[in-house]
Design a protein around this ligand. Structure first.
Ligand SMILES: [Zn+2]
Ligand SMILES: [Zn+2]
Ligand SMILES: [Zn+2]
Ligand SMILES: [Zn+2]
Length: 319
């Protein structure tokens, strides 16, 4: 990834937006039939009035947050796109993250890839290159500092909306993401949880849909918010890249879904949760992880307005 230049960093004072600020780590859409460029980074929403129009709705490579009304007295907290993306991964899998600093050079430590989902005590500092030991086992992510600086806890509420659409009605294509808890949410309302959908008109840029739903059916294919969310997080882990696939039971036909540790650990033998039969993936790889979303996306691709985009890897392996 190229280094982040200062023009790619948003300077934001959340206190100036009375309608609330939301910040998320944004991985590319898991399904994308638009012609829009690949987007990943720190996604920011900001509103002047509660429920009003968004004054900011964009993705940046970094965000610098000013922590008080008088910007000069407190240092700003900065988060990069990698901090935000691995914060998303950790929160989807339910891992607690902590602020870890190198004991030698004080560089804030970010655990990426395999390390972002496996707690450990000895970390390799990317500032000075030395191994250092933290007080406890954990997963380091500098974005945690933002949460503690604002001490603004918020609740997640499943979206009350559902959507049932046909891809042919959206010639500009559609994009699908799993929702994930914001790393900063200052609005007074609850954050909505579900599946986030963008759908575009002929010109390819006019939004016909930009919303979060708890139930999504596209061309009669039903999407499960949990599978979507897990797939999105899995796609940000280079160490399992290419190993996550659709595996179904030859005996009873049930699609297999690896959850918890197994969603993060490629394994040889899968056991069907419905009938107990042993399952094995059919490809070349011996160790795999099952997520039925891959099969679901193949089904969606049949009626796609154009071939879904295939994104080049944008994250580096860390093991
Ligand atoms: Zn580490
Ligand atoms: Zn260091
Ligand atoms: Zn079975
Ligand atoms: Zn399995």
């Amino acid at each position: 990834m190229p280094p982040i230049s200062s023009s790619e960093i948003l300077k934001l004072n959340p206190n100036r937006y009375q309608g609330g600020v939301g910040i998320w780590g944004a991985a590319p859409a898991i399904y994308d039939t638009t012609l829009l460029p690949l987007e990943h980074g720190v996604h920011v929403h900001a509103r002047h009035k509660d429920g009003g129009k968004k004054a900011i709705d964009a993705t940046y490579r970094g965000v610098q947050l000013l922590l008080s009304k008088r910007a000069s007295d407190t240092p700003a907290v900065e988060i990069s796109e990698l901090d935000a993306i691995y914060f998303m991964v950790g929160s989807v899998f339910g891992y607690e993250m902590r602020f870890v600093e190198c004991t030698f050079c004080k560089f804030p430590h970010l655990d990426k890839d395999w390390f972002s989902v496996h707690a450990h005590r000895t970390h390799l500092c990317s500032g000075c290159g030395k191994l250092f030991r933290d007080e406890v086992r954990g997963i380091g992510n500098p974005a945690v500092k933002i949460r503690s600086a604002f001490d603004h806890s918020h609740r997640l509420q499943p979206s009350q909306q559902s959507c049932d659409i046909r891809q042919s009605d959206y010639p500009g294509g559609i994009q699908i993401w799993g929702s994930n808890p914001a790393l900063l949410w200052t609005a007074n309302r609850d954050e909505e949880e579900g599946i986030h959908i963008h759908a575009f008109d002929h010109d390819g840029t006019t939004f016909l849909i930009d919303d979060t739903y708890s139930e999504v059916t596209i061309d009669n294919v039903r999407l499960d918010p949990k599978l979507v969310r897990v797939m999105m997080a899995q796609s940000a882990l280079p160490y399992i890249s290419g190993r996550v696939m659709d595996i179904f039971c030859q005996t009873c036909g049930t699609a297999h879904f690896d959850e918890g540790e197994l969603a993060l650990t490629p394994h040889n033998d899968h056991c069907c949760k419905s009938c107990g039969a042993k399952l094995r993936a059919t490809g070349r790889l011996r160790k795999t992880v099952a997520n039925p979303m891959y099969g679901v996306l193949d089904q969606l691709a049949v009626l796609a307005v154009r071939e879904p985009q295939r994104h080049k890897p944008y994250l580096l392996t860390e093991i």
